[in-house]
Design a protein around this ligand. Sequence first.
Ligand code: COI
Length: 354
Amino acid sequence: MIDTQTIRIQQTSQSRIDTLDESNIPFGQLYSDHMFVADYTNGEWKDLRIAPYQNISISPANSALHYGITIFEGLKAYRNPQGEVMIFRPDANAKRLNISAERMCIPEVPESLFMEALTELVKLDNSWVPSSPNTALYIRPFVFGTDEYIGIRPSQNFRFMIITCPVGSYYSQPVNVKIETEYSRAVEGGTGFAKAGGNYAASLYPAKLAQEKGFHQLVWTDAKTHQFIEESGTMNIMFVVDGKLITAPTSGTILKGITRDSVLTIARDWGMEVEERPIAVKEIVSAAKEGRIQEAFGVGTAATIAPIAKIGFEEDTYELKHSDQGKFSSKILKELNDIRTGVIEDRYGWTFKV
Ligand code: COI
């Protein structure tokens, strides 16, 4: 157990909180006043500290810069009607960080260290947690190698940091996605299930090509056959077809999304038919052609629930209708928001009060 006394706190003398305009919060541009830092040397996490948010200094031979020895998480804190701050499912992020860590030869971050660091940081910067509808404090824990060594080997020294930023919507409008059948995001045996920086770096070029054709994001398919839907760029993907909620099963190539799990749990509790199974591209394309896709949406911490407006496949683009306000994605977004902001009872024990 990490004793909070061991986290040294150096408070900023110049808060930037007055630069926060809750009516206009672009994603990931304004960071809160403080950051958490810990260093791993000689097999131990040491020198736990919270300092004013600032640039850091690393060697030009840093192992993360050269070889992508870096993992991250994303979670959010919300303000409830009583003004208290609640973090959504932080224990799940702590566990997933360590799943990513193992794959990337990064040492475990003890769950107690993760939770204490998170709690102390969010407590200190609690005025940065916005309260307007559809806003939150996005929390970004990350770990990276700090060896000054350009040979290939697992890093021996690491840094664990947490930064936070108030955010509004990640996507300001329904997204247009293209089913990708040439490039791949992940292969069996690779790092697709991990939140490893390199997964995102490798996705940028194919995503850029799709953006040039008017799409916001890709829908990745399996690397071997390109016949099965996997996930989308910043989120897992779900469909409502013939009244059933369908999503791909998580595997070695698909991120085990925490929002994904929350949506599936609630949908099952509501008595909805849920199928976690391989989804053939041709099934989605036929359903789209026949107008049987009632809904398609992305689910993720940053993206929340992101309705999909158009699906592109090969040379065709299929437009989905999103006019029915009673539809599942709106209903689940409201339910999740109400749980996360304490408007309704948290019957799953997902919220953690700071
Ligand atoms: C998140 O949803 O927290 C993510 O990590 C997606 C990110 C790449 C913006």
